[in-house]
Design a protein around this ligand. Sequence first.
Ligand code: NAP
Length: 250
Amino acid sequence: MFSLQGKIALITGASQGIGETIARQLAKQGAFAVCASLASTEGDLQNVVAAIKADGDQADYVLLDMRDGDSVRAAVNTVVERHGALHILVNNAGITKDKLMIQMKEEEFELVLDINLKGAWLATQAAARPMMKQRWGRVINIASVVGQMGNAGQSNYVASKAGLIGLTKTVAREFASRNVTCNAVAPGYIATAMTDVLSEEVKAEFNRQIPLGRMGTPIDVANAVLFLASEEAGYMTGQVLSVNGGMLMP
Ligand code: NAP
């Protein structure tokens, strides 16, 4: 498939779910996968790294909190110091705090925006210098179908994901002259801990809305990320790649 031999990749939110699968898939194709998430889940990160190494691929981890600029900058600097480069940044870390607009607290709006949108902005800013200097880079933001279409009960999350799409297009324009691309992947409903909390009834309703008739899996998303990270996607920037089973055809 697409070779990432020699590339250093930083994947945020890689302790589980989509981020873990992205890390495993990029490593499988030859990248050195640096997995990142909160210190509170260091054990999970260690397990992910051990599993990648057990497959004969390369990985290590850094701890960071996407809410904290110093911690995000320190994590990116650690990657560059350890490995001498950073080629691929996957801004995947994200949370939900769902409530109807009229019930949502200001802190719940801010928390989701801080992690999902400001965190990606911080990591991208920190990665800009090494990527531009080496005249090669890939920034890949994990957005969401709901950022493209809206969703009742998710005003904070939808605003963060729609913002991420706008950020993607702007970074694409700012970094293009240095051969650094920036694209987004917009997954539909993917079976992970984030969607595990939905009732069987809600899941069945989603499946009815999805032409392919099923929820997606993390590898469906990871394959799109792999493509965008590859040399072969070098003429794509500022784009949103939908991985949603046909649920939305923007
Ligand atoms: P998940 O299983 O809940 O994983 C979320 C990841 O984000 C975890 O590794 C978590 O790390 C990390 N994270 C959360 N807060 C963080 C913080 N403050 N600093 C650093 N890392 C933090 O979620 P998922 O379903 O895999 O989702 C991954 C991404 O895909 C998210 O951006 C999500 O919005 C997006 N997405 C998911 C779906 C879906 O249906 N699942 C659909 C569309 C888009 P800890 O373990 O340390 O908390």
